[in-house]
Design a protein around this ligand. Sequence first.
Ligand SMILES: [Zn+2]
Length: 514
Amino acid sequence: MAYVATVLAGCGSTYDLDQIRTRSDDMAAEILTAYYNTDAYGEESDLAGIWASYADLADPGIPEYVARQRDGETDPRERKRLDYLFYDTAGTVIYDRLISLQDEISNAEATGVVVVDGDSIAYRDIGIMFYNETDSELRLTYYEAMGDFEVENLNPLRARMVAEGHSGLTEFGFASLDEFEALRRGLDHDAFEETVLDLLGATRDVYWELTNDAAHDVFGVEVTEVPDYDRGQLFRGSEFDVYFDAESMMPFMEEIFLGMGIDIGSLPIHVDDEDRPGKEPRPATYGIRPGEDVRILIKPAGGVDDYESLFHEMGHGIHDGVVTVTEYEFQRLGDYGVTETYAYIPEQLFMDPLFLSETGLITDESVLRRFLKNQLLGSLGSARYYAGLFRYERLLHSGVRTQEELAQAYGRLMEESRLVPLAHPEYGYLSSNEDYYGVNYLEAWILAAQLRHVFRERFGDRWWRTKEAGALYVELMEYGAELSAVEVAQHVGFEGLDSSYFIDEVRLAYEAYR
Ligand SMILES: [Zn+2]
């Protein structure tokens, strides 16, 4: 903490905790509103301008002051609150120094042009062209063009971002982003990595069989023969999209939540499902003012991914809508694994055979069996990817490895998740970085399975039809982010996060489709 202390000694400022909280809350609301206006109406946002108007929050004396208040606080709840605020304000100071570099990266992505067979294509568009391309040779061309662009134009900037973030953290006395994130979230990363390794080990054989079956179905070859640029095709499952039509999606969603006693119309949630040009197709939730003004954007296109995304975002929206805690810290900060868990609970209904058949979505038993198999493949594919990403980010953010070592480590750890080698780790070893956001998903896979176990035990296999399960779901969400994922697990009777419930669900799902 030497750096911050010197600054403080020099100016001797005093601070007001409530003012820091109000300013931080207002900044969050303004940034979310700007994102919302961009995504909803295609308006250009001035994030740098917003950030500049809150320059007072980039004062390095603030986190030092908050830390001193925290260390002198004896009430456990107030202390926790100050702890959340400390990591938030420290993060603001560190991020403030990275803004111009972040701008440079965004500009390089926005203006980048990739040349494919003599044609110029915007870098922004090539990902979706690659995804939708049915011709394998063209996919290879796009894949390599994208990869080369990353390596030449984006990776040098991203490497600087990781390095400068790291030096900012060490000035604050943290060993690395790994340590900062573990402390901020209250999660022991070494122990969690063991949990993640258990999850990888226990799902290995099932995943191998699923990917291999998909490779045979789609390409008629072993999974080891499927090149990376074709691999995405294994997970598409578009044959099932007919069971999830766009028109029924919103009323279906409202009816399901109503069955759990949750009337979306009575909550301060505005769901905008209008189809208009300039609107971002990716669904998202904006907790502009938790408990007062929550907005969800969705552009219904149909298909299971769309249904799952809507239910996921509704989980976030209800969480932000029903909070009863009033403190800035407990409304907005803490462990985002908790809100991801509340989003996974409704999203993962689309893996429940009783839900799928009894709501009339898929009633044909052989279709249902194939669908569930595809859902398990997708879910395991994501969970195993994030497991590998967590293991890799721990190395990426350690601050001691060379770019060559990192690319090599990325290839090795991704192979342990995918179970097949990755041909070009140098393409993705910096773009895959999410600064530990993926930990939230890992916590959510584990905790959502634990909560479902509780719902089933208390309210039966059709818990999603009961008001009692809805009431417990809402009761947990009212805490906002006051409880961490571990504390939510303890609140409903577990010792902590336990991956065995997730692993049991995978085994059951495997038995069900065989
Ligand atoms: Zn989410």
